[in-house]
Write a protein that binds this ligand. Structure first.
Ligand SMILES: [Zn+2]
Ligand SMILES: [Zn+2]
Length: 333
């Protein structure tokens, strides 16, 4: 089968013919229906993920159909449509038992210690599997582990209330355009921030207000008290994000497009306004299941910038980096 392989640290990727994965007792084999491209891939290719094994199959976002089930796998069968969490928890430690498997000590990451999903077929550990109902499309499902379910969990951690207002930076990005929809689905008023006048029109289909520009805090505060900021950009926007927040506000820091930049936090912003900063990265099974339900109810519409084949992955990353495009880039092997 064809797969996108990262041969070594900082060595880019190659499309190769490799043998189909052989599953273990606690694993399933899936046919990949859709995988999704992500900025995390680019950081992994640059060598920012120290736990990566080499060679490794790239890609950590997937929806697929089960073709084969290991002998110790319960609750899943051939033909089931499934997504995978971004990692495989052990299922036995205290965090796993609390339902906080994102904090599992022995968790293994796909496209890190485990092979990822940019391939025709992939193996997944049963502890990572979440079943997808027939009301959810492949496009809607593939966004859950790293995008919609991840955002859902962040808003759960921020204890978002229905009456509150959420501001989303990078609102046209793959995460941003869906973060708006998740916050709306949970009953919040939502403001999207973008730097592009052209994209504002599309963002306004989903958000209650759109602000165009780098300096957004003054305008945001005029619209409403900002209770939660989902910052998908990082160092270029964090100052304005903190300034936007009303007292008791929560800053959810999801993205950081350039990890080489250092940010100096002005503690006064945080202390005097009772602000919580929430670093956030992943989803648990509970979040994935609840987000799949919202997606199935039509409350979250996948926004897709483009879909490419395995052998067109270069083009996929061009679309991902293309500032004119809106939404996620998918891969259909
Ligand atoms: Zn991702
Ligand atoms: Zn565990």
């Amino acid at each position: 089968m064809k797969a996108v392989i990262v041969p070594g640290k900082g060595k880019g990727y190659v499309i190769q013919d490799v043998p189909e994965p052989k599953i273990g007792k606690d694993e399933v084999l899936i046919k990949v229906n859709r995988a999704a491209l992500c900025y995390r891939d680019l950081l992994q290719l640059q060598g920012y993920y120290p736990r990566m094994k080499y060679p490794v199959v790239l890609g950590h976002e997937v929806v697929g159909t089960i073709e084969q089930v290991g002998e110790n796998v319960n609750g899943f069968k051939e033909g089931d449509k499934v997504i995978s969490l971004l990692y495989a928890p052990d299922g036995t430690c205290k965090y796993c038992k609390m339902g906080e498997e994102a904090y599992c000590h022995s968790r293994l990451g796909y496209s890190e210690e485990l092979d990822g999903f940019f391939a025709e077929k992939a193996k997944i550990k049963v502890n990572s599997l979440v079943k997808v109902g027939s009301s959810v499309s492949d496009e809607g499902a593939v966004l859950v582990p790293c995008v919609t379910g991840m955002v859902y969990r962040s808003l759960r951690r921020a204890n978002l209330q229905k009456e509150e207002t959420v501001l989303v930076t990078g609102a046209s990005g793959g995460v941003g355009i869906h973060a708006i929809q998740v916050a709306k689905a949970l009953g919040a008023k939502v403001i999207g921030v973008t730097t592009s006048e052209e994209k504002a029109k599309i963002i306004s289909k989903f958000a209650d207000h759109v602000i165009v520009g780098n300096k957004f805090s003054d305008e945001a505060k005029k619209i409403d008290d900002i209770n939660v900021v989902i910052d998908t950009v990082g160092t270029p926007t964090i100052d304005e994000s903190l300034k936007s927040l009303w007292m008791g506000g929560r800053l959810i820091q999801i993205g950081n497009v350039d990890p080489s930049q250092i940010y100096q936090l002005r503690l006064g912003y945080v202390i005097l306004k009772d602000i919580k900063i929430i670093g956030h990265a992943s989803a648990t099974k509970r979040d994935a299941e609840e987000t799949l339900k919202l997606t199935g109810e039509g409350k979250i519409t996948p926004v897709i910038a483009g879909t490419v084949r395995l052998d067109e992955i270069d083009k996929g990353y061009e679309i991902l980096k293309d500032k004119k495009k809106i939404g996620k880039v998918l891969l259909k092997p």
